[in-house]
Design a protein around this ligand. Structure first.
Ligand SMILES: Cc1cc2nc3c(=O)[nH]c(=O)nc-3n(C[C@H](O)[C@H](O)[C@H](O)COP(=O)(O)OP(=O)(O)OC[C@H]3O[C@@H](n4cnc5c(N)ncnc54)[C@H](O)[C@@H]3O)c2cc1C
Length: 547
C-alpha cells in the first residue's frame, strides 16, 4: 500500500478513518486487490516505478459526502483524484496523475435526475454510463438519442470532462460542447452551480449554458478545479431516418477536393452525421503493417506519383463516408446533393455503397448493425452503446500477437486536403524512421467537428515488455515534439504525456499554464485536487515536477 506524498503512514491511517466515518467502512478501499482495479490497465509504465498508482479509494454516495471528503482532504493535505466511471482507457484509465493520491470514485452516484423530452436534455450524476442513459430512454420510449463514444461503458460526465467525442449528429459529437450546466464541489468543499444554475430556482439550467458573467465551465474540463457532481447534456431528437453513402476517389491528391466539398456540406448543415475517411490503399487497423507505405507517404517533400501508384496496387486512395439524418426525403435529398457536389469536384469518383435506414430500427436491423470500425451502419452512428470496439487489436492473421493496450496519439490538424497531406507526410516520416508499428500505416483524419481533423492512432503497449512500452513512449514524445514545432498540438492525452504536451503550449513564456496555475493556487491552496492533471500542478509540487 502506498502512502500519499507528504503524509506519514500514521497520519494517512487517521485520514482513512475519517473518510470511513463519512462513507462507511465498505466504501473505503485499501486492499491490493481493490486497488488493482484503479490501475491504468493501459499504463505505458505497467509494473515500472513510474506507473501511477492510487494509495486508496473512497466512494461517496451523494454530494454531501463528496463535500465531506474534500474537507477531510484539505484538513490532512491528502491528494485526491476524482473519476466518474474510470474507463478512460488510452488516456489514463482510473489512475491519478500523482502516485499516492486517493481516488474519489463517483460510480455510486449514478442517478439520472431529469430527462426533458421536449427540451431535449438530461441531467445526470457522475456514475451514469452511456448504457444507463440509453436504457433509461429506451425503457420509457423517450424519442431522444444519446451520443456515445465507441466503448459504451464509460460515463456521460467523465467522457465530456475529458472532452471525449461521439458519432451521431454534428451538434452532439463534441461531448463537452453538448453539456449544459454543472454542479461542482470546489476544492474548498463549497458547492457551486454554473451557467443559469447560479440563479436559485432557475428554470433554464439545462437550456442556456452561459448564465451571466464569465463562462467558467471550461475550467472543469481537462482541469483540476473541482469535482463535478451534476451535469446537463443535450440530447438529439430521434431522427426518422439515416441515409449514407461512400464516395471513392482513386488518387492520393483527391483528398483536397474531397475535403473541400465535405467541409462545405458540413458547415452548411447538409451533412450532419459523422463523416469518416479511410484509405483502402494505405490500409487501416487490422491490415498487415507495411513499412513501405509509411516510408512513401513520409517521403521528404511529399510522396512521388510512381511510388504512390506502386503502394496502391490498384486500390483507391480514399473512401469518404457521408451520413445524414432527418425525414427520409430530406436525408435522401442531402445525400443526392452531396453526390452531385463530389462528382463535380472529382469527376472520376465513384459511389460504391449507399444505405438508407428507417428509424427506429427493427430488432433484426439493429441486431445486424456493425459493432465497430468504418462501416456505414455502426451502432454508434445510431447512438447505440456497445463494446464491440474492443475487438480492435484482437488476434488475427494480420495481427498474430495482440497488444495489452495502447496510448492514443491525437493531434489536431487543419481541415483541408493540404493539411491532411502535410501532417501525414510529417508524422509518417518520423514513424518510418522510428520503425515502430502504430496500428495504421499512415494516420487517417477523424472529422468529429466540422472545423478540424484529429489525426488519431494507437501506439500499442504490453504488460510484459517494458522495452516495447519505452519505444512506444519515445515515439509518442518524438511525434508530439515534432508536431509542436510544426504547429500541431494534441487535443487530449494520457497523464504520462500531459506534462510533456503542456510544456509545448508555451506561447509567451507559458502564459497559459501560468494563468491556470495562478487560478489553481487561488482556489486550491492546499493543492489537494487532481494535482498534475493536464500539466497543472499546485505550487507545492510544481518545482519538483518540472525540474
Ligand atoms: C478501443 C477504445 C476506443 C475508444 N473510443 C473512444 C471514442 O470514440 N471517443 C472517446 O471520447 N473516447 C474513446 N475512448 C477513450 C475512453 O474509453 C472514453 O473516453 C471513456 O468514456 C472515458 O472514460 P469515463 O467515461 O469512464 O471517464 P472517467 O475515466 O471517469 O473520467 C475521465 C477523467 O475525467 C476526470 N473526471 C471524471 N469525472 C470527474 C468529475 N466528476 N469531476 C471532475 N473530474 C472528473 C478525471 O480526471 C478522469 O480521469 C476509447 C478507448 C478505447 C480503449
Amino acid at each position: 500500500m502506498l502512502t500519499p506524498p507528504g503524509l506519514t503512514a500514521a497520519r494517512f491511517q487517521q485520514a482513512l478513518e475519517r473518510l470511513r466515518r463519512v462513507v462507511g467502512n465498505d466504501w473505503v478501499f485499501t486492499s491490493d486487490a481493490d486497488l488493482d482495479t484503479y490501475r491504468d490497465a493501459y499504463s505505458p509504465f505497467w509494473g515500472e516505478a513510474q506507473e501511477r498508482r492510487a494509495s486508496a479509494a473512497v466512494a461517496p454516495l451523494d454530494v454531501d459526502q463528496v463535500q465531506a471528503v474534500v474537507r477531510i482532504a484539505n484538513e490532512f493535505k491528502l491528494p485526491i483524484y476524482p473519476i466518474s466511471t474510470g474507463k478512460n482507457l488510452g488516456y489514463g484509465g482510473s489512475a491519478p496523475n500523482l502516485s499516492g493520491s486517493v481516488i474519489v470514485d463517483l460510480k455510486r452516484m449514478n442517478r439520472i435526475l431529469e430527462v426533458d423530452a421536449t427540451r431535449g436534455f438530461a441531467l445526470v450524476e457522475p456514475g451514469v454510463s452511456y448504457f444507463d442513459l440509453y436504457n433509461h430512454l429506451q425503457q420509457r420510449k423517450i424519442k431522444l438519442w444519446i451520443d456515445c463514444p465507441e466503448p459504451g461503458w464509460g460515463s456521460v460526465m467523465g467522457n465530456a470532462l475529458d472532452r471525449g467525442v461521439g458519432y451521431t449528429g454534428q451538434a452532439y459529437r463534441d461531448h463537452f460542447g453538448a453539456h449544459c450546466g454543472m454542479e461542482v464541489v470546489l476544492p474548498s468543499g463549497e458547492l457551486m452551480r454554473t451557467g443559469m444554475g447560479a440563479l436559485p430556482g432557475a428554470k433554464t439550467w439545462q437550456d442556456y449554458r452561459y448564465g451571466f458573467g464569465p463562462y467558467v465551465d471550461g475550467l472543469f474540463s481537462q482541469g483540476n478545479f473541482g469535482i463535478v457532481t451534476k451535469m446537463g447534456i443535450h440530447l438529439m431528437p430521434e431522427p426518422e431516418s439515416m441515409v449514407a453513402g461512400v464516395v471513392e476517389a482513386a488518387q492520393y491528391h483527391d483528398i483536397e477536393p474531397l475535403v473541400a466539398v465535405l467541409n462545405r456540406l458540413e458547415n452548411s448543415g447538409l451533412c450532419d452525421g459523422m463523416p469518416q475517411i479511410s484509405s483502402p490503399a494505405l490500409g487501416g487497423l487490422g491490415d498487415p503493417p507495411n513499412p513501405e507505405i509509411t516510408r512513401v507517404i513520409g517521403t521528404p517533400g511529399g510522396p512521388k506519383p510512381a511510388d504512390l501508384a506502386r503502394i496502391a496496387q490498384g486500390k483507391p486512395f480514399w473512401h469518404v463516408r457521408v451520413l445524414s439524418y432527418g425525414p427520409k426525403e430530406v436525408a435522401q435529398a442531402k445525400w443526392a446533393y452531396a453526390k452531385r457536389e463530389f462528382r463535380k469536384a472529382v469527376p472520376d469518383c465513384r459511389i460504391v455503397e449507399e444505405v438508407a435506414y428507417d428509424i427506429p430500427l427493427t430488432p433484426e436491423k439493429e441486431e445486424a448493425l456493425s459493432p465497430y470500425r468504418l462501416e456505414l451502419d455502426r451502432k454508434v452512428n445510431f447512438g447505440i452503446p456497445n463494446l464491440g470496439i474492443f475487438a480492435m487489436g484482437a488476434r488475427s492473421p494480420a495481427f498474430p500477437k495482440p497488444s495489452d493496450g495502447h496510448m492514443w496519439f491525437s493531434a489536431v490538424v487543419p481541415r483541408s486536403g493540404a493539411g491532411v497531406m502535410e501532417a501525414q507526410n510529417l508524422f509518417c516520416r518520423a514513424i518510418a524512421e522510428a520503425g515502430v508499428y502504430i496500428g495504421f500505416n499512415a494516420p487517417i483524419p477523424l472529422g468529429y467537428s466540422p472545423h478540424l481533423f484529429l489525426m488519431i492512432f494507437p501506439v500499442f503497449l504490453s504488460k510484459s515488455d517494458p522495452v516495447m512500452n519505452r519505444k512506444g513512449r519515445e515515439l509518442l514524445m518524438h511525434l508530439i515534439d515534432l508536431g509542436a514545432k510544426s504547429g500541431y498540438g494534441e487535443y487530449r492525452a494520457a497523464p504520462a504525456l500531459q506534462d510533456f504536451i503542456m510544456d509545448r503550449y508555451s506561447f509567451n513564456k507559458h502564459a497559459y499554464r501560468t494563468f491556470c496555475e495562478q487560478l489553481k493556487d487561488a482556489v486550491d491552496p492546499n493543492g489537494i485536487l487532481a494535482a498534475g492533471r493536464y500539466g497543472i500542478w499546485p505550487k507545492q509540487l510544481r518545482k519538483a515536477r518540472r525540474s
